[in-house]
Design a binder for this molecule. Structure first.
Ligand code: ADP
Ligand code: MG
Length: 324
């Protein structure tokens, strides 16, 4: 199977009617996309590298899902609507069974969000998946990291920590194995391997929320990016953090580590004016996404954790850094 046969067989779909925004899809030197009149393009790339972002034996369908999900999550965090994506793929060999499972996971998520594959590149090499997503939004409505204001409420979609706990279970870490209920390894697997991009919530928050980002490297560390870009500080109320059932039995230090420094959560963290509480609740409702107020933004820099006893402690925003 040559390169073009591989693309034709696994990635070019003739059956699907193309969505209206795709003027030209796979097959020419460029794809042509048509955003709605007056809209801006939102563009983001994310690369997944074997050994760094996933294990060699990972389910290829889950990998296809996750490769697109982490990119769609960036569009969600900006408040954008997906238009399409490209896929640059390096493969050690052309394995049909692997490729069709990968494509199935990829297209199942793409179809859910009407986000078609419009082009890419395919080459031989160590397994490496790079996706670029294109989205659209109205000028002035993007949810920028620099837009948090003192007095804003701080919100989280869903809950954090389960992907991290699953990773510890896969690695066989002692505390994870001894303080979780039977079946956790199996139950939490989708939280690590099949994150849900919060696109409907992101679009409902566009023009309403102030700052937003999606959580990939841990709540505290990623919140640090908003604080730095906006020149503000924040207080997280520990009692307001949603705790998944599988995290309940962990020793407190490890539970907090999962909640605040977990990584791979792909939830939205955002700020909004207190006057918008009803509007934020309505956005959560229309997008059918759980949203919880977990703290607030301060004028003074610094990140604080307020515990149930009312004591404040500084929280180090240590996120994951590939070169740290
Ligand atoms: P070029 O040489 O002009 O870069 P290629 O020969 O690499 O084009 O690719 C041929 C067509 O197939 C292009 O339209 C390209 O976008 C598309 N394509 C290549 N690889 C992929 C892939 N992995 N997924 C989707 N489309 C792809
Ligand atoms: Mg090419």
């Amino acid at each position: 199977m040559g390169e073009f046969e591989l693309i034709r067989r696994h990635f070019q779909r003739h059956t699907q009617p193309q969505p209206a925004q795709v003027v030209l899809g796979i097959g020419d030197d460029c794809a042509l996309l048509q955003p709605a009149p007056g809209h801006q393009l939102a563009i983001s790339s994310d690369m997944l590298v074997q050994g760094r972002h996933f294990f060699a034996d990972v389910d290829p369908a889950a990998l296809g899902h996750k490769a697109l999900a982490v990119n769609l999550s960036d569009l969600a965090a900006m408040g954008a609507r997906p238009l399409g994506f490209t896929l640059a793929l390096a493969l050690p060999q052309a394995d049909n069974a692997w490729l069709s499972a990968f494509a199935q996971g990829l297209f199942a998520l793409a179809d859910t969000h009407a986000c078609p594959l419009v082009g890419g590149d395919t080459t031989r090499g160590p397994l490496n998946i790079c996706i670029t997503v294109f989205g659209e939004l109205q000028p002035g409505q993007a949810l920028r990291r620099s837009a948090a204001q003192p007095g804003d409420d701080l919100y989280l979609s869903g809950r954090t920590g389960e992907a991290r706990l699953e990773l510890e279970l896969l690695l066989g870490t002692d505390w994870a194995q001894h303080h979780t209920l039977p079946g956790a390894l199996h139950r939490l697997r989708p939280r690590l391997e099949r994150p849900t991009p919060r696109l409907a919530l992101g679009q409902a928050l566009a023009g309403l929320a102030h700052a937003a980002l999606d959580l990939s490297d841990g709540l505290a560390g990623d919140l640090g990016h908003i604080l730095h870009a906006s020149g503000v500080g924040a207080t997280i109320h520990q009692a307001l953090l949603p705790v998944a059932p599988d995290l309940q039995a962990l020793p407190e230090a490890q539970r907090l580590d999962c909640l605040l420094h977990g990584g791979d959560d792909y939830e939205l963290l955002f700020t909004a004016a207190p006057a918008q509480r009803a509007a934020v609740a309505a956005a959560a409702q229309t997008s059918q996404t759980p949203v919880q107020r977990i703290g607030h933004i301060n004028a003074a820099p610094g990140l604080w954790l307020l515990n149930a006893a009312g004591e404040q402690a500084t929280l180090s925003p240590r996120g994951f850094d590939h070169f740290g």
